[in-house]
Design a protein around this ligand. Sequence first.
Ligand code: SD4
Length: 324
Amino acid sequence: MNRNDFLKIITGATAAIPFLSFGRKNNSSIIEPVSIATWRFGVKTTARAMDLIKEGASALDATEAGVKICEADPNERSVGLGGRPDRDGKVTLDACCMDHLGNIGSVAAVEDIVHVSSLARAVMERTPHVMLVGDGARQFAIEMGFDITNLMVPDSENEWNKWLEKSEYNPHVNVENHDTIGQISLDRKGHLAGFCTTSGMGFKMRGRVGDSPIIGAGLYVDGDIGAATATGHGEEVIRVVGSYRVVAEMARGLSPQIACEEAVRKIHQFFIRRNASMKDTQIGFIAINKKGDVGGFSMRPGFQYAVNKLGKEPQLIDANSLLS
Ligand code: SD4
């Protein structure tokens, strides 16, 4: 089966439905519902989100349902169940969410909980706070009725044991060890929302937190402008408040594509070009604007993102990159 066949099977009937029948006039522009997500697994997570959006679900509900597929899959080795452990052998997860009204929720360094995306949403909806971390987040999850699950799968444990043989601390995200899922969607009402969920850098220092659960860095949504999310080397994304930067560029009138390019360029100019040890670092952004236009761009080749629009063939796009 080639990739096109695979994508056709995944979307099934949705592909036959003309998107215009779902379009809606708003400020004299057609809204084109869409869900986009980082990396190859985004094909199935965006398909799930679009099936729900087609039925009238909110971008928030649909996107959460999408990323949960990835969190539950033990074969996805950098998100949820089966994520790579830290260097002490503990799998710790980070996640956040944001909706079009500016509601936010986030959890970091959480152990034993598969669906940290839903936990971030519970922080958003069930507490007066925006972020819980570590044991406190785990305790809150138990109070909210989340299941306790051992997140370490045999493949991750084997990899960790192998890593221990040398215990070489190499906190880099390059083209080989990546795969956070950031997913953002625009629903039929024209509302935007997004989630970002990850186990972070493999074999990271205990307590290390990257960009993914940091609102503005790993994810940002402005209901009047657009949404963006990030993958790759979290420290570099945090340094430039990456996802917020992409949305701020869209607020200046730039397309999602050019806005992503500007954010990657900024990271390069600001830090990477002056630091030789960063030479193979990977970073990628994806974005949607309020109309449903999309974009994606990365520091290096190899970044892919899925785009799924109602009534259109889903696409897995090889992002253009700043460096070769
Ligand atoms: C982090 N941004 O923890 C995450 C890792 C990642 O693709 O996205 N990998 O820094």
